[in-house]
Design a protein around this ligand. Structure first.
Ligand code: NAP
Ligand code: ZN
Length: 362
């Protein structure tokens, strides 16, 4: 009896109270919020978050553009931090390691996609870093607009030395989302690559396309980005507001990557592909109509692609370190997050906003 009393008198296992910023409901402003992170289980790692990139997907999900958003929502899936503590079975990571967390933190680990290292396409659904539930189906996941996160050791990335940490954070989503289709669909040196939209994803597509040896052309609806495009590594720049551009550049490109976040006419861009060319859509705007004609008349292909698997994300990070590639960022305190969303929607970002989480710890 004594033992029982002693057991029940023990305090329940406490979560780690963690400052965060959250949206309480769809389209609500992002405001201070407290969440609980857990002490690492045997195969988990507790991370002190240093930086978190602001992706346009954060805005889509806070606004519930894709439906099914879960609130309160702590966004953020471009996370770089320092390992604070490891579970007692963790061998690969140690306190003080600099690690990354991207768009997902778990998957079923048994389906064909997971076994192929493509956990992002997990057949029972990956566990998104935020706006989802853990494998138990009921514990909500919270992202990087917070000071720490507890993640399974198999879903972490190693940030190679040499990449400034704030410039590494956007690689965890914007970097891998553009690298993966280049690898998968075989972008080759000398290929004529068109990058549609020069934002967070687009500027990474320019840098990575250039590092792959492609001849890179930016297709932008913002004439003011011309000089930036060149500095980022583009060879050419086309302003898509001028409809004549589409006729003048018909059949030009081997590969187009479309990163635009707003609805636009895919058919017009497909006609810019040469015979057998491929256009990969990575931007996720509202639906827009698609015609068969531009596809069948030149055996063109249209594909989509979503982030990348853990192994490929590590490969991308190592590739970036080797080729001196990192995001161009503007570091902001978390208190500026609502203004940051407005700036992104006004197209006033060059080219990724990154939150310094020291602003939340202070
Ligand atoms: P971002 O930084 O806001 O950039 C989007 C770019 O789209 C803008 O810089 C702009 O480029 C262009 N654009 C915006 N509004 C436009 C309009 N009305 N008409 C034509 N062009 C317009 O966004 P991001 O973070 O790169 O994300 C881009 C999209 O990719 C989002 O839909 C996001 O959800 C999605 N995404 C997908 C994945 C995936 O796995 N597939 C991963 C991450 C994000 P210009 O000024 O040069 O025209
Ligand atoms: Zn993202």
């Amino acid at each position: 009896m004594d033992t029982l009393v002693a057991e029940s008198a023990k305090p329940a296992r406490q979560g780690l109270k963690t400052p965060a910023y959250a949206a309480a409901s769809a389209k609500a402003p992002i405001a201070p919020f407290t969440i609980e992170r857990r002490e690492p289980r045997p195969h988990e790692v507790l991370i002190d978050i240093l930086y978190c990139g602001v992706c346009h997907s954060d805005i889509h999900q806070v606004n519930d553009d894709w439906g099914g958003s879960i609130f309160p929502m702590v966004p953020g899936h471009e996370i770089v931090g320092k390992v604070a503590k490891v579970g007692d079975q963790v061998k690969r990571w140690a306190q003080g390691d600099i690690v990354g967390v991207g768009c997902f933190v778990d998957s079923d680990r048994t389906c064909e996609a997971c076994l192929a290292g493509e956990e992002q396409y997990c057949e029972s659904g990956m566990t998104p870093t935020y706006n989802g539930y853990e494998r138990d189906g009921k514990t909500p996941t919270y992202g990087g607009y917070s000071t720490r996160i507890t993640v399974d050791e198999n879903y972490l990335l190693r940030i190679p030395e040499g990449i400034p940490l704030e410039r590494a954070a956007p690689l965890l989503c914007a970097g891998i989302t553009t690298y993966s289709p280049f690898k998968h669909f075989g972008l080759k040196p000398g290929d004529k690559l068109g990058v549609v939209g020069l934002g967070g994803l687009g500027h990474m597509a320019v840098k990575l396309g250039h590092a792959f040896g492609a001849h890179v052309t930016v297709l932008s609806h913002s004439p003011g980005k011309r000089d930036d495009a060149r500095k980022l590594g583009a060879d050419d720049f086309l302003v898509t507001r001028d409809a004549k551009v589409f006729d003048a550049n018909a059949n030009r490109f081997d590969f187009i990557i479309d990163t635009v976040s707003a609805a636009h006419d895919y058919n017009a861009y497909l006609k810019l592909l040469r015979r057998d060319g491929i256009m990969v859509v990575v931007g996720l705007p509202d639906p827009s109509p698609l015609s068969a004609a531009p596809l069948i008349t030149k055996r063109r292909r249209l594909a989509g692609s979503m982030i990348g698997g853990i192994a490929e994300t590590q490969e991308m990070l190592d590739f970036c370190a080797k080729h001196g590639v990192a995001a161009d960022v503007d570091v902001i305190p978390i208190q500026d997050i609502n203004e940051a969303y407005k700036r992104m929607l006004k197209n006033d970002v060059r080219y990724r906003l990154v939150i310094d989480l020291a602003s939340l710890k202070a």
